[in-house]
Ligand binder design. Structure first.
Ligand SMILES: [Zn+2]
Length: 235
């Protein structure tokens, strides 16, 4: 293989390696995001439940006010009863007292119900708080892991990068810009091997003339179908 081609193959390998870090970085970011989302979801659910508890507490205060009113009414009925003379008046008051009693017991039942709802929601909040704090601990662990991982990635990346830079400096600038042009659309398959007389970028079969030029490798040969740079791997 001629020197230019060897350099191109090497350059393409470095670029491939550099690109291979991307999914690692994305996967780490995705792990972080998913944990942050879980924490946010728990937070939102807690907020909703707290809002519902507030509403229930308002209903409880209203019902308590109603109970106070009904109790006052019972007291005044009791006072009134001493001054009543006719049977009709007594009967009317007794009906009123019964209604007030029923209303009081309904209001008290309502309070019980509302308080039970509040208790249920508070228990849910406690569960969610526990979940949230577990998620927060996990997030811290993931952050530490990711930071170590990213440190390693950064180290390998900068090593490869400096090797790549050195290589580029030693190369003919025209060859480099030719490669970069192909890389724009072919990305990591800008330089591909020929196997079984076929281009391993587009998998088209090469004619004998192109194939022998690739084998000879006096010059840089591109695939006549896709335009990628071709090389014959060492046996
Ligand atoms: Zn091709």
């Amino acid at each position: 293989m001629n020197k230019y081609l060897t350099q191109l193959v090497e350059l393409c390998e470095h670029d491939k390696e550099l690109d291979s870090f991307k999914p690692k970085i994305e996967a780490a970011q995705a792990r972080l995001n998913s944990k942050v989302n879980q924490i946010d979801k728990a937070k939102n659910e807690i907020d909703v439940l707290n809002g519902e508890i507030e509403e229930l507490s308002e209903q409880i205060s209203l019902t308590n006010a109603q109970i106070a009113e009904l109790n006052a009414k019972s007291k005044s009925s009791a006072k009134k009863s001493a001054s009543l003379k006719t049977e009709k008046e007594i009967k009317a008051l007794s009906v009123e007292v019964d209604i007030t009693k029923e209303q009081l017991s309904a209001a008290n039942e309502q309070i019980d119900r509302l308080e039970k709802h509040v208790e249920t929601k508070k228990a849910l909040i406690a569960d969610l708080e526990a979940q949230k704090s577990a998620f927060e601990t996990e997030l811290e662990e993931i952050k530490a892991e990711v930071s170590t991982q990213m440190g390693e990635v950064e180290e390998s990346r900068s090593k490869i990068y400096s090797v790549r830079e050195k290589l580029i400096k030693s190369m003919d600038p025209k060859t480099v810009s030719f490669y970069e042009k192909i890389r724009k659309w072919a990305s990591n398959t800008a330089v591909v091997p020929v196997r079984k007389q076929a281009c391993y970028g587009c998998f088209m079969r090469l004619n004998d003339r192109v194939y022998s030029a690739v084998i000879k490798s006096d010059d840089i040969v591109t695939c006549p179908y896709c335009g990628r740079i071709l090389y014959k791997e060492a046996e």
